[in-house]
Design a binder for this molecule. Structure first.
Ligand code: CP
Ligand code: NVA
Length: 301
């Protein structure tokens, strides 16, 4: 098994992982079992990371294993060794591979040629580990997922793609407000419909936010989009989660952001640091979700 797309998981799989993540959160310092004892994890990073790198490493080690942080530039991968051979060789040493990559195809290829589980730690298409932490956070705040109304404000990017698929799988509705030309990918929308979802696309953030339970946003300039930074900053100006937008949402609505945030751009300090912010719980939950995923894929059966 691999975790490349959030749609590799069905609703029951997601619920089981969230239950396990809740249990890890409740008993962080009294783990009696070490399901990853004697196991190693190779974590490949083509891009920077704070949350993903640290949560995966701490999760793996707290469950008894050893995690190696591998910058793609410092691997022979950076000098032209193929992804396929890298997957084959790492599989002889370690029990699982996580990869943060520019091109989604790289993580797909790794999974194809590895003989150990591979986890997508963010690609230009998806960010499944993030979305599991988001679902965990929403379920903790609202007690359920089914029927929640999600408003995605801003770029139809990798995190948005995974959120759209997760909404379809778990029975949440989602409205995406993004500027023309920055909508989520058509293939993702098709896949969401195939999974029973009905994502709506709008251009006005206020339309998406109205009555929503969750306002979610992300950076206007994702890693890999830097060449278009000036245009993006211009086009995304009104796609900001601020106090005014939050007032349009339901009274108990929460604001979410996978982080890192660009305060004053896609989200204001007022919202990030306000009473309706769930962003730091969301960040914490990356750790507990990572444990659940790593135990499931790599732990003793
Ligand atoms: N949210 C997230 O994946 O953060 P990092 O880029 O710091 O890993
Ligand atoms: N969409 C952002 C998420 C960072 C965690 C990016 O890809 O850079």
């Amino acid at each position: 098994m691999n975790l490349i797309s959030i749609s590799d998981l069905g609703k029951d799989d997601i619920i089981r992982l969230l239950d396990r993540a809740d249990a890890f959160k409740a008993g962080r310092y009294n783990t009696r079992t070490l399901p990853l004892e004697g196991k190693s994890l190779a974590m490949i990073f083509e891009k920077p990371s704070t949350r993903t790198r640290v949560s995966l490493e701490v999760a793996f080690e707290e469950l008894g294993g050893h995690a190696l942080n591998l910058s793609a530039k410092e691997l022979q991968l950076g000098r032209g060794e193929t992804v396929d051979d890298t997957a084959r060789v790492l599989s002889r040493y370690v029990h699982g591979i996580t990869a943060r990559v520019y091109s989604h195809n790289t993580v797909v290829q790794l999974a194809k040629h590895a003989s150990v589980p591979v986890v997508n730690a963010l690609s230009d298409w998806e960010h499944p580990l993030q979305i599991l932490a988001d679902l965990m956070t929403m379920r903790q705040r609202f007690g359920l997922l089914d029927g929640l109304k999600i408003a995605w404000i801003g770029d139809g990017n990798n995190v948005c793609n995974s959120m759209i698929l997760a909404a379809a799988i778990t029975g949440m509705s989602i409205v995406v407000a993004s500027p023309k030309g920055f909508e989520p990918r058509a293939k993702i929308l098709e896949e969401a419909k195939r999974l029973g979802g009905n994502p709506r696309l709008v251009t006005d953030p206020a339309v998406a936010a109205k009555g929503a339970d969750v306002l979610v946003t992300d950076t206007w300039v994702s890693m890999g989009d830097e060449a278009m930074e000036a245009e993006r900053l211009r086009v995304f100006g009104k796609y900001q989660v601020n106090g005014e937008l939050l007032k349009l949402a339901s009274k108990d609505a929460i604001a979410m952001h996978c982080l890192p945030a660009h305060r004053g751009q896609e989200i204001t300090d007022e919202v990030m640091d306000g009473p309706q912010s769930a962003v730091f719980d969301e960040a914490e939950n990356r750790l507990h979700v990572s444990k659940a995923v790593l135990e499931w894929l790599i732990g003793q059966k």
